[in-house]
Design a protein around this ligand. Structure first.
Ligand code: AMP
Ligand code: TRP
Length: 333
């Protein structure tokens, strides 16, 4: 029998997902779900690193329903909830004893959060600092071959690979070395600040399009997106000088499966307002389908919970197996 390669990925349920999550992560998940053995996780333990949610359970179920609404198939993939598989936290601790803290200090995601919270030092927790170790544990527990993520997670993936390699050097072949799968378009940027990543935890919700935004709101947000003042307007992909237009082209390119060069040619004669109308329409077409499915399943909580119970059970068997191996080689079994 042919043994399938393993894919693992996760998203934090820190808010409802955005088109950045869809384009950077979930679209890839769906493309590969028939090829590999895929484990798609809801990273609720990561979500508690920077916020105190009082509705994390609800957000986790929203995230699950959005996975399904986007086309993640619960019959062929393992869909699980990070906090319910205790091996993630257990491996996290063990690996944290094998990572030099200088390595963690170099993580750009930590550094940027550190800068953002600088005036609020009580927000800079040890969890925020060791976040990449938990992410590494998520990946290594499943002997993962491929990790489909957005460009912003590239450094964390390199970190995971280094930890796996160092551990293997010391103890033999314990972990598979994971490889990232990153879409070519890079990252989707914030609508009002196209130098920044579009993020679902942005304090200004005009910066992102949520997968649950209504059509009128999408039109309004895209209409207000920052472009540039070129006169006459030029529809051209140029990340450095025209980041706003490039972001709209990126979104359009992915949603219509058209390459950027063809888009530039096709849209050569239109102005920015017209471009925004086209982009908003394409987003609304895809959100219409996602929302229709989402609202048909979101209140079926027994169904949603049953997917997690079954996914957690399957995930735990694989995770336990890896953790046992680790316990053995470090002599605590
Ligand atoms: P997060 O929202 O930080 O939990 O990210 C979950 C997944 O979505 C990761 O694979 C990210 O790389 C991806 N992602 C999040 N925001 C973006 C974005 N603005 N552009 C591309 N990918 C993104
Ligand atoms: N840290 C990832 C992000 O914010 C989410 C995540 C948690 C993840 N664990 C993971 C992604 C394991 C891939 C693999 O984008």
């Amino acid at each position: 029998m042919l043994i399938k390669n393993i894919v693992f990925s996760a998203i934090q349920p820190s808010n409802n997902l955005t088109i950045g999550n869809y384009i950077g992560a979930i679209k890839q998940w769906i493309n590969i779900q028939n090829i590999y053995k895929c484990i798609y996780c809801i990273a609720d333990l990561h979500a508690i690193t920077n916020n105190n949610f009082n509705n994390l359970k609800t957000l986790s179920l929203n995230t699950l329903a959005l996975y399904l609404a986007c086309g993640v198939d619960p019959d062929i993939n393992i869909i699980c909830l990070q906090s319910k598989i205790v091996e993630h936290s257990q491996l996290h601790w063990i690996l944290s004893c094998y990572v030099n803290w200088n390595k963690l200090k170099r993580m750009t995601q930590f550094k940027s959060k550190y800068m953002t919270y600088n005036h609020l030092s009580n927000k800079i927790t040890a969890g925020l600092f060791t976040y990449p170790i938990l992410m590494t544990s998520d990946i290594l527990l499943y002997q993962t071959n491929y990790v489909p993520v957005g460009y912003d997670q590239k450094q964390h993936l390199e970190f995971s690979r280094d930890i796996a390699k160092n551990f293997n050097k010391k103890y033999g072949n314990i972990f598979t070395i994971p490889k990232p799968l990153i879409p070519k378009i890079g990252k989707i940027t914030s609508l009002l600040n196209p130098m920044k990543k579009m993020s679902k935890s942005d304090i200004n919700d005009n910066n992102y399009i949520s997968l649950l935004d209504k059509p009128e709101l999408v039109k309004k947000k895209i209409n207000n997106a920052i472009t540039d003042s070129d006169n006459p307007p030029i529809i051209k992909y140029d990340l450095k000088n025209k980041p706003g237009i490039s972001n709209l082209l990126n979104i359009l390119s992915v949603l219509t499966n058209t390459n950027i060069i063809d888009l530039e040619k096709d849209l050569n004669n239109i102005n920015y307002k017209q471009l925004k109308k086209i982009v908003a329409n394409e987003i609304n077409n895809i959100l219409f389908k996602i929302q229709k499915k989402y609202f048909s399943i979101r209140n079926k909580e027994r169904y949603l919970n049953s997917i997690l119970i079954s996914g957690n059970r399957k995930a735990k068997i694989i995770a336990e197996n890896t953790l046992n191996k680790v316990h053995k080689v470090i002599n605590i079994k």
